[in-house]
Design a protein. Structure first.
Length: 52
C-alpha cells in the first residue's frame, strides 16, 4: 500500500511535464521554420529561467 500511495501522486506531474515538453518541442519546430535559431534558443533559455 505504501508503494502505491507514493507512486500515484507522482504520476500526474510526470504526465503534465511530458505534455508540456511535447508542446515545447512542437513550438520549437515551428519557431525554427519561421524565426532564426538564435532567437529560438533565447526563447527556450528565457522559458526555463521563468518556469524552472
Amino acid at each position: 500500500m505504501e508503494l502505491i500511495l507514493i507512486f500515484v501522486p507522482c504520476v500526474p506531474p510526470l504526465y503534465i511535464c511530458f505534455y508540456v515538453f511535447f508542446i515545447l518541442f512542437i513550438l520549437i519546430l515551428i519557431l525554427r521554420i519561421l524565426i532564426p535559431p538564435l532567437f529560438v534558443f533565447t526563447c527556450i533559455y528565457l522559458f526555463f529561467i521563468l518556469f524552472l
